[in-house]
Design a protein around this ligand. Structure first.
Ligand code: MN
Length: 257
């Protein structure tokens, strides 16, 4: 087996059980560096901290954590902390699903995307439902996914980067479930904001929960999970509405690229 260098990050913070589970798995595949946020940074998407300096701390077992976002962690790791470029960046295992529209908000996906943007194959792992139920089984799934792509990595040539988004059912038997190659579904708009009056008499607002699946047909990540499968979605970063270009060309009287 190819012995790799693996950078592990997450968005739930360096103390999250899902990070520890993923790190344990990665040690089976190579040299591991851990650079994770100091605090839970879920829902921070691709944010970079530009208005204040970042501090890097090291735990007794040699993990690094940063008072910043998931993207900060991978960015700082790749541009300054690590002595060698990793062969693979993995993120997670997240406390909760990252399917459909979640991928736009997810810090877990963003950490992997930062690796991808730097030209490194990257994988985001998320476990359905909150609370780390069946985390060991989810780690077994992560091991299986990494094992299935390890042949692409660690060679002398730099592989074409790719970005995978993996969602794992919260089941004790998830390691024996089929894997499905999927596309992203869509969610309904999120639940309404929750208004509360705090002890000082001020009104505060909590962002509402994510909406239920709206586009969850066959082939989607939602469908795979509802069918008791592990979902693997290859992601891209280009937000261009390619299909819409001809229409915009006509409406605006401009030549399509
Ligand atoms: Mn999270």
């Amino acid at each position: 087996m190819t012995w790799m260098r693996i950078l592990v990050a997450n968005d739930d913070g360096y103390l999250a059980p899902g990070l520890a589970a993923l790190v344990r798995v990665c040690h089976e595949f190579g040299e591991v560096d851990v650079v994770a946020p100091e605090q839970n940074a879920s829902g921070t998407s691709n944010a970079l901290t530009l208005q204040r300096p970042l501090s890097v701390y090291t735990t007794p077992q040699g993990w690094r954590y940063i008072n910043g976002t998931p993207s900060d962690c991978v960015h700082v790791a790749l541009t300054g902390l690590l002595e060698q470029r990793p062969d693979l960046v993995v993120s997670g295992i997240n406390n909760g699903a990252n399917m459909g529209d979640d991928t736009l908000y997810s810090g877990t996906v963003a950490a992997a995307m930062e690796g991808f943007l730097f030209g490194i194959p990257s994988i985001a792992f998320s476990l359905l439902d909150k609370g780390w139920g069946n985390l060991d089984a989810a780690a077994d799934v992560a091991r299986g996914v990494i094992a299935s792509i390890v042949g692409d990595l660690g060679g002398a040539d730099r592989p074409t980067p790719w970005l995978l988004n993996v969602n794992i059912p919260n089941r004790a038997d998830s390691a024996s479930l089929p894997r499905r190659l999927t596309r992203l579904g869509r969610r309904h708009a999120s639940e309404p904001v929750i208004r509360q009056v705090n002890p000082r008499g001020e009104t505060n607002y909590w962002i509402g929960a994510a909406g239920d699946a709206r586009e969850a047909g066959e082939g989607t990540d939602f469908f795979a999970l509802a069918s008791g499968c592990v979902s693997i979605t290859p992601l891209q970063v280009d937000l261009t509405d390619h299909a819409g270009l001809p229409g915009w060309s006509r409406r605006l009287g401009l030549t399509a690229p």
